[in-house]
Design a protein around this ligand. Structure first.
Ligand SMILES: Nc1nc2c(ncn2[C@@H]2O[C@H](COP(=O)(O)OP(=O)(O)OP(=O)(O)O)[C@@H](O)[C@H]2O)c(=O)[nH]1
Ligand SMILES: [Mg+2]
Length: 344
């Protein structure tokens, strides 16, 4: 899972990135205008599973965050540079939009204006692509060329939405369209707004675009805490009355907007979390572990995390008849602990 952090210049994107990456950051890399960090998703259930299965290690789910420093409003004036960074952003599964809610060198915050500006930029950027493509396809069609009618129809639907100032993600037909996937529109991606609130500022009410989530983060404070030893950070956290740390909060919200859940596997080698889209069937879920498991799927042995913990061990769960046998069409639930039986 890949999440792109965007916003106006100096809104605190890199600060939020630092708060998210912090001590959980694994591999990091940087090139001009882009920083990347693979962040381990903290999950309290994993150490419990490690104990139950006597696993040598824990393998958490990971999220990749991209910190991009560019100004979407310069799409035309600095086309080449903006395009280069936009192309880094295109594969992202979701966007985190950071808006400034702190004073910057005497400039008072106006998070609503920043949010509205960025929302508009996403729409304009998508509209430019839709119009260019439609023009070409319609010309082709007039010449009697072989064009995909469905593509034209979907692009027209997209244009109508965008012209009305609405993001593409509101239309399930467009969101699920295999034809449109290649266009990697910005307004089609799930969107989480981060109200980056300064130490001296209060959170403000925001009018959000359609199908958008919001989270308030005290960016600089959280970024500093993220780089302290955990015990020390905890002390500060209590002092400042900060509730959930920025990273777990961001990750939880990211999972929510992407509609992801986790199932687990446990064994001698590792206790591991596997993120999948909600609604995934058992056979497909097996495929996230290994394609052989999907191909040769026989059945899934399933027990919800809580039931396993209550019984204390896998053997006890089996004895109590609590390990269910499920077929390929079983819809995997968040927290399911699964052993897949397969043969190839
Ligand atoms: N007071 C306060 N300052 C902050 C906060 N978050 C960021 N800043 C400051 O705002 C400035 C910009 O922060 P960055 O994180 O670099 O912003 P950015 O969006 O990455 O900036 P560019 O990549 O240059 O567009 C820095 O001086 C930060 O220290 C905050 O929560 N409170
Ligand atoms: Mg930056």
């Amino acid at each position: 899972m890949k999440i792109g952090i965007v916003g106006l210049p100096q809104s605190g994107k890199s600060t939020i990135f630092r708060a998210a990456a912090g001590q959980f950051a694994g591999h990091q890399e940087e090139k001009a205008g882009v920083a990347r960090a693979v962040v381990k998703v903290p999950d309290e259930r994993l150490p419990v599973l490690q104990k139950i299965f006597g696993s040598a290690k824990i393998t958490p789910a990971t999220v990749q965050y991209l910190d991009l420093s560019f100004d979407l409003r310069e799409r035309e004036s600095r086309q080449k540079e903006t395009e280069r960074l936009l192309n880094e952003l295109r594969p992202a599964d979701a966007l985190v939009l950071v808006v400034r809610n702190f004073e910057l060198a005497g400039l008072p915050p106006d998070p609503q204006a920043e949010l509205d500006t960025m929302h508009e930029e996403f729409i304009l950027s998508d509209l430019a692509i839709v119009e260019r493509r439609l023009e070409r396809l319609e010309k082709e069609a007039r010449k009697g060329g072989d064009v995909n009618e469905q593509e034209i129809e979907e692009l027209r639907l997209a244009r109508a939405l965008l012209e009305a100032g609405r993001p593409l993600r509101v239309e399930p037909r467009l969101r699920q369209s295999p034809i449109l996937r290649g266009y990697t529109f910005l307004s089609i991606k799930p969107l989480l707004v981060v109200l980056n609130t300064g130490e001296e500022n209060e959170p403000v009410e925001l009018r959000l675009p359609e199908e958008t989530s919001l989270v308030v983060i005290r960016g600089r404070l959280e970024a500093d805490l993220a780089e302290m030893p955990p015990e020390e950070a905890e002390v500060f956290r209590e002092e400042y009355g900060l509730k959930e740390a920025a990273l777990p909060l961001l990750v939880r919200k990211s999972f929510e907007i992407l509609d992801l859940i986790c199932f687990f596997t446990g064994g001698e080698k590792e206790a591991r979390a596997w993120p999948i889209p909600r609604g995934t069937r058992a056979q497909q879920a097996a495929g996230t572990i290994h394609s052989d498991m999907e191909r040769g799927f026989i059945r899934a042995e399933v027990i919800p995390f809580e039931e396993l913990v209550a019984l204390g061990s896998y053997q006890a769960a089996q004895k109590a008849g609590k390990v269910r046998l499920e077929g390929k069409d079983y819809e995997v639930q968040d927290g399911d602990v699964i052993i897949f039986r397969f043969s190839v």
